[in-house]
Design a protein around this ligand. Structure first.
Ligand code: ADP
Ligand code: ASP
Ligand code: MG
Length: 420
């Protein structure tokens, strides 16, 4: 038998009984004859609470100290799980990212894993241990602790699975798998038995936080078999994430995602001449801003100007504000509007390739709900529309219905809503 990597999210390790349940899941896999590596998240809302606590001290904590703080959450759950396994008569050892040798880029709060040392974990596995690894954390130059961005424990698990050439990476959560839409928003969303890496990657990037996008990216790169399954129904197989070539694409749309983490910026009256868009986006890049949707209006003939609108993450607003005066002085633009009252609603499906009419159906559906579209962006397998925030749920429900993604059965979701 091979190595199985299991990852348990915050809800799955929220209290001591749930930690004992996780221990039983790890033992079950071990008793099947596998070597087991378990990745854990922080208990329940620990990470949210730590962020809140830092906010009570300062509005501008240093990224390094935030990583020192947030990495403690996972260390609580990993040691408790090792104790639970010992108590049940099994050998287990918990390790931090530093102790494993999870090397990351030199960047705090959103670091990428660049390498994983395998020697120490292999030694402990050989000695018969279940090895527990703290999710979401690594180390960069000088053994500085880094974290991988919110939800990053999924990526720790997949990266470990790839480094150890595991048979499979199982992501256990508070849902029974990947659904056609967030089952907390659409109670009748349907569980998918399979989804392709590409579709899952789009859904995760567009707001389906059931998986950290980089975990899917890594699994796709290494062709790592991945399952999303329930911590509370250990025998359920959940959703398998596989290559698109293994899928039957019956429906044009596989899932709907909503994302309210962005805001829209509209820069008015930019002179319509070559180089101005380049100047604007170079300034934004200089400030470290990632831009998502972009729209440029038709030039107004009277004064030869146009407007450029784009979206950025809400958390980047300070970076944008620090650039605003420079943008004004270099581009001599008119007003700058910041619109926070938006949500991005997306339809994703590999089945939409070469199938005409999907965009029209999406716009028709929103129109029938009297929902105005502020921006649109598309790729081969997704269509995203920016709409007013108050329509987040009604737009998702209407689209799920239009694309036949809702069913009669109510999804079973455990745990509370995230705090943030
Ligand atoms: P964990 O703490 O286990 O990592 P997360 O909160 O990160 O769990 O992810 C699970 C949550 O993802 C679910 O509770 C659900 O609300 C949300 N979610 C969003 N979109 C989807 C989807 N398409 N399918 C399943 N869950 C989804
Ligand atoms: N504890 C971290 C978070 O809440 C990482 C994770 O759960 O994946 O974002
Ligand atoms: Mg998660």
């Amino acid at each position: 038998m091979g190595i199985i990597v299991q990852k348990f999210g915050g809800t799955s390790v929220a209290d001591s009984d749930k930690i004992k349940n996780v221990a039983r899941a790890a033992i079950k896999e071990k008793e099947n004859g596998n070597d087991v590596i378990v990745v854990v998240s922080a208990m329940g809302h620990t990470t949210d609470n730590l962020i809140k606590l830092a906010g009570e001290i300062t509005s501008k904590p240093s990224a390094r100290e935030m990583d020192m703080l947030l990495s403690t959450g996972e260390q609580i759950s990993m040691s408790l799980l090792a104790m639970a396994l010992n108590e049940m008569g099994h050998k287990a050892i918990s390790l931090t990212g530093l102790q494993v040798g999870i090397k990351t880029e030199d960047c705090h709060m959103c670091a990428r894993i660049i390498d994983i040392e395998t020697t120490r974990v292999k030694k402990h596995l050989k000695e018969g241990n279940i090895v527990i690894v703290a999710g979401f954390q690594g180390v960069c130059k000088g053994n500085e602790i880094t974290t991988l961005g919110r939800g990053g424990s999924d990526t720790t698990a997949v990266a470990l699975a790839c480094a150890f050439n595991a048979e499979r990476c199982d992501i256990y959560s508070d849902v029974e798998g990947v659904y056609t839409a967030d089952p907390r928003i659409i109670k009748t969303a349907q569980k998918l038995d399979k989804i392709s890496y590409d579709e899952m990657l789009e859904l995760a990037r567009l707001g389906a936080n059931v998986l950290h996008p980089r975990s899917v990216e890594t699994a796709k790169l290494y062709n790592m078999k991945m399952r999303v399954r329930s911590s509370f129904k250990l025998d359920d197989l959940g959703t398998l994430i596989i290559g698109v070539e293994e899928m039957e694409l019956n429906k044009p749309v596989t899932g709907i995602a909503t994302d309210s983490s962005q805001l829209r910026i509209v820069i008015c009256d930019i002179e319509d001449r070559p180089g101005n868009a380049a100047k604007l986006f170079n300034l934004l890049a200089e400030a470290g801003l990632s831009v998502d949707m972009i729209i440029q209006s038709y030039a107004r003939t009277a004064n030869n100007t146009n407007d450029i609108a784009f979206t950025i993450a809400k958390s980047d607003i300070d970076k944008f504000n620090s650039m605003k005066d420079k943008i004004n002085s270099i581009l001599k633009a008119g007003n700058i509007f910041i619109d926070e009252d938006i949500v991005k609603v997306s339809a994703v499906g590999a089945g939409m390739i070469d199938r005409p009419g999907i965009a029209a159906k999406m716009f028709d559906t929103l129109a029938a709900e009297e929902i105005n579209i502020k921006m649109i962006s598309t790729s081969e397998i997704k269509i995203s529309c920016l709409v007013e925030k108050k329509y987040a749920t009604s737009a998702a429900i209407a689209l799920a219905h239009a694309f036949e993604l809702d069913g009669a059965q109510i999804a079973d979701v455990k745990g509370d809503l995230p705090v943030v």
